[in-house]
Write a protein that binds this ligand. Sequence first.
Ligand code: UGA
Length: 443
Amino acid sequence: MAVIAKHCPEYQVTVVDINHERIAAWNSDKLPVYEPGLEKIVREIRGKNLFFNSDIEDAIKKNDIIFVSVNTPTKTYGVGEGMAADLQYWEKTARQILNHAESSKVVIEKSTLPVKTALAMESILLSQNNGLTFDVLSNPEFMAEGSAIDDLEKPDRVLIGSQETEEGRRARDILVDIYAHWVPREKILTANIWSSELSKLVANAFLAQRISSINAISALCERTEANVEEVARAVGLDSRVGSKFLNASVGFGGSCFKKDILNLVYLCRGYGLNEVADYWEGVVRINEYQKKRFVLNMLRTMFNTLAGKRIALFGFAFKADTGDTRESPAIDIARHLLDEMAEVVITDPKALDNVHFELGDLLGTGRIHMISDPYKAAEGCHALAIMTEWKQYRQLDYEKIYRSMMHPAFIFDGRNILDPDRLYKIGFNVYSVGKSPLTHFQD
Ligand code: UGA
């Protein structure tokens, strides 16, 4: 919304939320999310045509266009538990719009939703026959965290789905005009509303599938002396495949990939498409396997016991340049290590506060430590594992780190950001994803 407000000064944009604390933070000097470039924009236009407040009813009354961006987490109860999207917040919002609207509205699905949700929304919004019209559009968001502002400023595409009726097309054109303030027309795609809803799930499924594909191959590389980076490069240079999103890792995280794939799988099963569902479920299965494999490898390499060993996790965020830890692979790795009775030291430049939230149930073990300085975090450790590809971790003085650690010292690079040969020469035993390990021991 900040980017829309920035490019469309003649529109007044108001962001409302039921969470008063968050709204207060949006109005303060310390924004509630870290996203490069966001603060600058908010500071420039807040109070001009971008406003944050908690008066949802008033916002419904006064605005003509409503973007609904409520969360759609995976259901934790009832039918579809653990797979389907929980649509209760969406439905509540639709009813709230209906109850407080005094004029016709264009309602835009920004949240990621299962295909056909717009139909339910329209049925609710039109249920009172109150003379108002509600046009529901789908406008899925493709930005990624950490690069959100760049992605919004220069999107590969903007997708707008509408009903293929005269009113639907009219509503669609209103939204096209907003984006056309800064996005070239040829990048603004219009589609039928069901294609638009489905495209969001499929886009994330394809992206996650690439990571699981290269991660699956990383396991084979480790057995065969092939190097996954060399394989990814050779494969990615085929322009039909493309080179992006082929970095083998400890596994993908984030609030979207797993949730959206499970949602897709659930949809397919609902339509009796079990083979299709199994195919996509495999993407999530490989991701779980990759995380487990990483810890098993640590266990095997460190003489089959981690009990009492101190292990530093470098990074807790699910990717660099964000403080977000939702579904971060570091959480599972920490849990597996704690199961093995290890001491876990966690460091991260932005996400350390979230350890309480993500691992709260295990803090009582007394075996989780949070240390913001990576040098101090590594002190006295038997091993360190790179969990997040923070730039600063590439530039650390690993000789100094090596000297402060227990020996033999191990590095497990879950992001392939470090130079294994250099670390090996320093004295480390080095394990990188999808590469032959470099150890100072005889096999
Ligand atoms: C993802 C999509 O990339 C966005 O297009 C989409 O809009 C967003 O989900 C969403 O649905 O909201 P995001 O989860 O923010 O964005 O971050 P990604 O850059 O996709 O990274 C996801 C995970 O994959 C991270 O843990 C990252 O480290 C990992 N990853 C990414 C790899 O392990 N290897 C890669 O080659 C790329």
